[in-house]
Every structure is written in structure tokens, then in C-alpha cells.
Design a protein. Sequence first.
Length: 133
Amino acid sequence: VKDKFGLTDEQTQKTSHAFREEIQEFFSNGGLKNPQLIQSALKNVSSLEDNEVVVKLKENLVKALQDKAGLSPEKATAVRDFSIAEFFKTLSAALTDENGNVDIQKLLSKFNLQDLEKTAKDLLGNFGGFFGK
């Protein structure tokens, strides 16, 4: 991003930070609640141009790049579009098979299985309490 868009070291650092914050916000406030959205984004993020969650992400990201990294509106838009495309391309390569479908083995390899097992046990314990009432 630095060389492609002629950013300073400080702008590059702030751009990276702003992008990371907005992507985390996206996943925690809507992205992960819609598995079809994530699946579509992994296959082709540009197919989601009109999706309200993606539109909001894009708007928030441009604002963050302007406010936090000091980029012009034009440069913020260009960096945003490039970064979103690259992010989902990288995510897709890490989580999908050659047909673009989520590969459960690749997905599970990204999780700490001990934490996943603990969560499953906790959920099952809570579920068991439901029957006791």
C-alpha cells in the first residue's frame, strides 16, 4: 500500500491501524452474524457492492482513513478499495478450497481447538441446565 499509493511511513502505519479497526468492527457488528455474506465475500467481494453491511464498512473505512491517516478523499477511496479486495482475497486463500467453498479443515486450523472444546463444553453444560428446569 505504501509504494502503490505513495504513502509516508506514518500514513502507512495509521492506514493499517484504521483498516484493522474497521474490519474488526465489521466482523463483530454484523459480518459474522451473516455467514452467507462472508461466503459471498470470500468468493467475490465485488459482488456485494450494494450490500448494506459492506456499504457501511466502505463508508466507515474511508472516513477512518481520512480522519486517522490524513488521506484525501480520493486516496482514501482508492486505498480502501484495494485493501478490501486484497483482504478478502487473502482470507479466501486461507479458508476456502479450490472451488471457493469454505474448507472446514482450513477453518478449524485457524482456531485454538482447546478453546473451541471449552466453549462447546460450556454450551452443552448450559444446554443441560435447560432440561433441568
